[in-house]
Design a protein around this ligand. Sequence first.
Ligand code: NAG
Ligand code: NAG
Ligand code: NAG
Ligand code: NAG
Ligand code: NAG
Ligand code: NAG
Ligand code: NAG
Ligand code: NAG
Ligand code: NAG
Ligand code: NAG
Ligand code: NAG
Length: 364
Amino acid sequence: MKSFASITSALALAALVSAAPAPVPNGGVDVRPNDTAPVYHTMTDFDFQSLNLALNQEWIELDLFNYGVKTFSEEDFAAAGMTAEDISLVQFMANQEVGHATLLTNILSAYGRTPAKQCQYAYDFYTVRDFVNFCQRLTRWGESGVYGFLPHLDSRPSAQLLLQSITTEARQQMIFRQFSGAFPMPVYFETGISQAMSWSLLQNYLISCPAENPRIEWPIFPALTVNNDANLLQDGYLAAITHNRTSLTEAGRNVSLSWEAPKGNVSYDGLYNTTVGGNVTDPTAPKYVAWINQLNTTYTDFTITGNNTGSTIQPNGTVFENVDQGIINGTMFIALTSENPYVTPYNLSLLNDVIIAWGLYQAN
Ligand SMILES: *[C@@H]1O[C@H](CO)[C@@H](O)[C@H](O)[C@H]1NC(C)=O
Ligand SMILES: *[C@@H]1O[C@H](CO)[C@@H](O)[C@H](O)[C@H]1NC(C)=O
Ligand SMILES: *[C@@H]1O[C@H](CO)[C@@H](O)[C@H](O)[C@H]1NC(C)=O
Ligand SMILES: *[C@@H]1O[C@H](CO)[C@@H](O)[C@H](O)[C@H]1NC(C)=O
Ligand SMILES: *[C@@H]1O[C@H](CO)[C@@H](O)[C@H](O)[C@H]1NC(C)=O
Ligand SMILES: *[C@@H]1O[C@H](CO)[C@@H](O)[C@H](O)[C@H]1NC(C)=O
Ligand SMILES: *[C@@H]1O[C@H](CO)[C@@H](O)[C@H](O)[C@H]1NC(C)=O
Ligand SMILES: *[C@@H]1O[C@H](CO)[C@@H](O)[C@H](O)[C@H]1NC(C)=O
Ligand SMILES: *[C@@H]1O[C@H](CO)[C@@H](O)[C@H](O)[C@H]1NC(C)=O
Ligand SMILES: *[C@@H]1O[C@H](CO)[C@@H](O)[C@H](O)[C@H]1NC(C)=O
Ligand SMILES: *[C@@H]1O[C@H](CO)[C@@H](O)[C@H](O)[C@H]1NC(C)=O
């Protein structure tokens, strides 16, 4: 019987002699020794605008997590069921954002371009419970906002790096649901949304940005408010790994919605000079509510009941026929639309063209 040492040295010799590349099945992009070496730069305006938006999201998360840690006392956190170690975890998440912002700044800085620097933000929460609830909502659109454009980037090497940071953000989102006393991951699939959809939610919290920050070229949709939105924070359910409480909403629920009138072409000088399309005097009447979650975009009819107010019914339906997982669950997205085009996860951004107002829906 050969000794272990002689087997390993024989293997090492064989590896040196036949330096043939390891076999790769047909197909695949940039996976062979002679393929172009990866360059971690943006290649197009689409890349730059997508990654710079992601950078803006990392900057607000960095500010937000630090703000929470420094604003509330240990006693405040304890009242929400959070220990000193939980506070340290929030602090660690802020540190992760420094890494993410550095990564994106490096990718975006190629060709002498100026990536976004950190802005000033305003938040509307005053308790730890509301802080962690806001964090689970903000990280929801941050995570989904990246999934929506990742496979559409021209620069696959940049997509690889962003993927490795957004998976970390996904964990943050789940942990903030746990800190909120909710079921950590009620869905089977995390949804992707377009850049305009996440930017519309993020820009609400900006007060001012450095003048040299690049103009964000994604449109902003008027805000959609769910008047009877469920509150993820429920009495008796404090921070925990999981809680088995009943769902906050169900199919057949009468949902009341109000939307902001289109502002015409608004430009935010000194902040982001973003153009909001749409008519000031002749807004298209919304006809449908689009429910965007998991793998699905589902429409229900919208009934106008007052000035910029109306109602719809929460839809039924499962992600697949052989599972009982409903399409409506978790922290998800909702839109008022003028039309009801069939869209799937890879072409969801085509919905941008028919959206009249855009918001979040707290299904569970
Ligand atoms: C890579 O290119 C070199 C030089 O052109 C060539 O000798 C080699 O066979 C190529 N290897 C592969 C795996 O195609
Ligand atoms: C938790 O909920 C599931 C159904 O969602 C149920 O099957 C299970 O028995 C519950 N477990 C406990 C401990 O309540
Ligand atoms: C969401 O999913 C959970 C876990 O599967 C389930 O108990 C709950 O009823 C679902 N909620 C809705 C609104 O479908
Ligand atoms: C939803 O669909 C399920 C399965 O078809 C059905 O049992 C249930 O009654 C439906 N709920 C509503 C509110 O339509
Ligand atoms: C839903 O509630 C609104 C009032 O908010 C009411 O006008 C409408 O008739 C209700 N729809 C259904 C189907 O019950
Ligand atoms: C809004 O902007 C679009 C595109 O730049 C332009 O065509 C349109 O005339 C503008 N509308 C108003 C009301 O300024
Ligand atoms: C913002 O847009 C308006 C209208 O297009 C333009 O007049 C203004 O100079 C722009 N401001 C900046 C800071 O780019
Ligand atoms: C604005 O209204 C005009 C006239 O109704 C219409 O042709 C145009 O498409 C509208 N533009 C937008 C952006 O809704
Ligand atoms: C709707 O708006 C009109 C005009 O601004 C106003 O007169 C009316 O009172 C409003 N109706 C409701 C229900 O708010
Ligand atoms: C949700 O999307 C999946 C995947 O496209 C599809 O199989 C399923 O039928 C959709 N469910 C509903 C209720 O539309
Ligand atoms: C989106 O893609 C689906 C196929 O996945 C296609 O059937 C549908 O027509 C596309 N939607 C639009 C608006 O082009």
